[in-house]
Design a binder for this molecule. Structure first.
Ligand code: ADP
Length: 791
């Protein structure tokens, strides 16, 4: 079409040239007629419109075909240059005007593609070509031909748009795209992704083959692609290895298609970079492999059950844990039948509960019966997978054989038990030799012979003895706590009594270190429901610690506060303090901040754990605060207040009595000769009349003759133990008013209960506190006086 228009243009120009000559010669010519004839035919056949513009008169005449092309009626075109301009598209008016001017002035042929607007509003594309006729060098006429090129223009535009779209898609594709000649292998085009991934600039790649670029790790891949495209016209999803410009290897998924460009066959190749995907898959394969190996190494069995279908998976390890074979039916029923009969019901119930429990993770220990290995302990750790609605989809878990651990646990428990029993026995055995020592010291005090030096030595020994008694008591408490054997004797008490007793205990330590003690206590009773002895033990421990862990000349504050609900006791010091990281551990058994010998102030690290246990048994709490090393420490004990009147307080033992103590007759029975002899000596020095016996039977016999007011009986004696000796004494009417006291190394609640049952009035733990013994003897004197007065 375009070519035929050009031919037409040339024809027209030739005709015009001859017309020009004609104009100049003003005469007809054979050639002109021939030309005219050809043009007429051409215009009629090709719908060519011819126009003739008399430049001087500004008159344009159109052929009928040109009116048709413009869609204009003959009356509607005024035949002037301006009228023509009005018909051209506003955007093209200038271009047309310039082209005309160039043709008029510059001898250039007039040839232009432009748009015109028809009266009905349709825009049409036109091609026009014309020649200028001159007279004496001045343009006088322009004669031209115009063709409707609308159809060609539309095709051309559509083609360009589609090319642009293709180019855009080609470049914007996230996949690498190349077009290469099938014949030469040379690259015709590559897209941006190719440039980014391969590292080759577009200019470097185009015109060279992918082999020349060194893109293929294996030439075989390239051959496969090309052969497949040639033979089948396409190739799909070929996994290939590529090398980038930097030498890095990548994995690509290649597809190609044969396309025809011009006359030549090309391959359009698409490559998806799947390196990361492949690496991730390889990594997950590896991690799966590792997990499998780890599970194998741990002999961990994996199981899974689909809740809806009941379909069950057991790993090989799982099957060997239970002794299943490949023919064992995989079902819940099989599994539950393997559980030890004693555990089966609870395990089954637990599994049924899981579905409705709302929890996701579970842990259970149970026994199974393995067909060849017998009873084994299994730990099951499992989890429920739920869907978006929270419905259980599947159950899965791992099983571990923990039989060995269970045995070790059992052994440990037994060893711990044995240790506790050993500690209890040890403490008890240590108490026995302390009794005669304490008695001996008391004797030395009473005789007061040996002067000042001896007195100092004696009181030093007394203090050390007390410390030893405390340590042994702690040891006993510890073993009782760990066996849950501590019992409180609770009654409504005034906490001040406990604090006074604690202060009495700790005073020597506080004083010897030269600490200042500040006490701040509210007026009135501080009633709590507590065990007096145990609470004073707690406060004495805290006061002792404050004294021990504060450098000499320090300050200790004892502050008591009361609200309606609770009483709080704060014991603060300005001592060495407690590092923050140790604060949470300080109440644990054997916890000491510094185990080095210089710093461990003669303790076992169990005082605070006993204190905490005792406070908790009272329904209270104990806290430790410290800002760290050198910042002092603060211990706070909070106890629930007892809402009672003072009348409930226990009446203390009367201290004052008007009766002059007469000598008591005291019987001492102990198979430890030293203990019996020293106690006898001490009591004799206090003015009492004393007899001793070495066993229970002898004690009963001596009592018959001696008629004692007080009998102090050891429990563990040969021939007849203390309990039975006491029963026999009680059975006799003469000894109705006799005060019978158990004096023994065994101080647990159980022992006290037994001695009460046997008829003992009191139960003292060796070495008996001399002050308490004195008090009891005073009571016996009062008792005897009352009995005598009555009779
Ligand atoms: P012990 O005093 O026999 O070692 P405790 O259980 O009474 O055992 O105390 C445990 C540890 O807590 C002590 O060894 C000491 O390190 C630390 N401690 C206790 N009270 C104080 C205090 N008032 N100041 C600094 N440290 C303390």
């Amino acid at each position: 079409m375009a070519n035929s228009i050009k031919t037409l243009g040339a024809l027209l120009r030739r005709w015009l040239a001859s017309a020009n000559e004609l104009e100049q010669q003003r005469q007809g010519d054979q050639q002109l007629r021939l030309s005219e004839e050809r043009l007429r035919l051409a215009t009629e056949a090709g719908k060519v419109g011819v126009w003739d513009w008399d430049v001087v008169a500004n008159r344009i005449s159109w052929t009928g075909s040109l009116y048709a092309i413009h869609g204009v009626q003959p009356g509607d075109f005024d035949g002037t240059a301006e009228g023509f301009a009005a018909l051209t598209h506003p955007d093209d008016r200038d271009a047309v005007q310039r082209a005309i001017e160039r043709a008029l002035t510059g001898d250039q042929p007039y040839e232009i593609e432009f748009r015109a607007v028809r009266p009905d509003g349709e825009t049409i594309w036109l091609y026009t070509s014309a020649s200028v006729i001159r007279q004496r060098g001045r343009p006088v006429r322009m004669v031209g031909a115009t063709v409707d090129i609308n159809a060609r223009k539309r095709t051309e535009l559509a083609l360009r748009e589609s090319e642009e779209r293709f180019a855009k898609a080609f470049n914007a594709s996230p996949l690498s795209l190349t077009i290469s000649s099938l014949k030469t292998g040379k690259l015709l085009e590559v897209n941006e992704t190719f440039v980014n991934v391969s590292g080759f600039a577009r200019g470097e790649a185009i015109g060279r083959t992918t082999v020349e670029l060194g893109l293929w790790v294996s030439a075989q891949d390239r051959e496969s692609e090309m052969n497949a495209v040639r033979a089948a016209g396409r190739v799909r999803n070929l996994v290939c290895r590529f090398r980038t410009r930097r030498g890095e290897e990548r994995i690509g998924l290649l597809s190609a298609e044969k396309i025809l460009i011009g006359e030549e066959l090309h391959a359009l190749t698409v490559i998806q970079d799947i390196t990361e995907r492949e690496q991730a898959q390889a990594a997950s394969r590896e991690s799966e492999q590792r997990l499998r190996l780890a599970l194998q190494a741990a002999s961990a069995g994996v199981w899974e059950v689909n809740v809806a279908t009941g379909k069950t998976f057991w790993s090989d390890e799982f099957q060997s844990l239970y002794g299943y074979t490949s023919s064992t039916a995989r079902s819940y029923a099989t599994w539950i039948a393997s559980i030890h009969p004693e555990d089966r019901q609870s395990v089954d119930a637990d599994f049924q509960r899981r579905l409705t429990s709302g929890r996701s993770e579970f842990r259970q220990e149970f026994r199974i019966i393995h067909p060849t290995r017998g009873v084994r302990w299994i730990l099951d750790l499992s989890r429920i997978m739920r869907d978006a609605n929270g419905e259980a989809v599947s159950f899965s878990g791992i099983n571990l054989d923990i039989t060995r651990l269970k045995h070790i646990e059992e052994e440990l428990r037994e060893a711990d038990q044995r240790k506790n029993e050993f500690l209890a026995t040890l403490a008890h055995e240590l108490r026995n030799p302390l009794a005669p020592i304490r008695n001996g010291l008391e004797i030395l005090r009473l005789t007061q012979s040996g002067g000042d030096i001896a007195e100092r030595a004696r009181s030093m020994m007394d203090r050390q003895l007390q410390q030893m008694v405390r340590l042994i008591d702690d040891l006993l408490d510890l073993s009782r706590i760990s066996r849950g054997k501590i019992e409180l004797r609770r009654a409504p008490i005034d906490l001040m009594t406990a604090l006074q007793s604690a202060l009495e205990t700790s005073e020597p330590l506080i004083e010897s270190a030269g600490h200042e003690l500040s006490v701040d206590v509210p007026a009135g009773p501080l009633m709590v429901d507590g065990d007096l002895a145990r609470l004073s033990q707690v406060f004495a421990n805290l006061l002792n610690n404050a004294a021990k862990y504060t450098n000499p000349g320090g300050h200790i504050w004892l502050t008591v506060r009361r609200t309606d609900e609770q009483v709080s006791v704060t014991i603060r010091d300005n001592g060495i303090g407690i590092p923050t990281h140790m604060l949470p551990k300080i109440f644990e058994m054997f916890a000491q901040v510094d185990h080095s010998l210089e710093k461990a102030q003669g303790g076992l690290g169990i005082g605070l754990s006993i204190a905490r246990k005792l406070v908790e048994m009272h329904g209270g709490v104990i806290e430790a605060h410290s800002d760290g090393h050198g910042a002092g420490s603060e211990f706070v004990v909070r106890l629930p207040a007892h809402l009672a009147t003072q009348s409930e307080t226990t009446t203390p033992v009367p201290k004052d009595h008007s009766l002059r103590p007469d000598a008591l007759r005291v019987l001492i029975a102990d198979d430890n000769a030293d203990a019996a002899a020293s106690l006898a000596m001490m009591l004799k020095m206090k003015g009492h009349e004393v007899r001793t016996a070495w066993d229970g039977l002898e004690a009963v016999q001596v009592a018959e003759a001696f008629q004692p007011d007080v009998a102090l009986l050891d429990i563990g004696m040969p021939e007849l133990n203390g309990y039975d000796a006491c029963r026999r004494l009680r059975a006799r009417s003469e000894s109705a008013g006799m005060l019978i006291i158990a004096l023994t190394g065994w101080g647990q609640e159980e022992d006290k209960r037994r001695s009460e049952e046997a008829g003992f009035d009191h139960h003292l733990v060796k070495p008996a506190d001399v002050r308490i013994l004195d008090k009891l003897l005073e009571q016996a004197e009062v008792q005897r006086a009352i009995v005598h007065n009555d009779s």
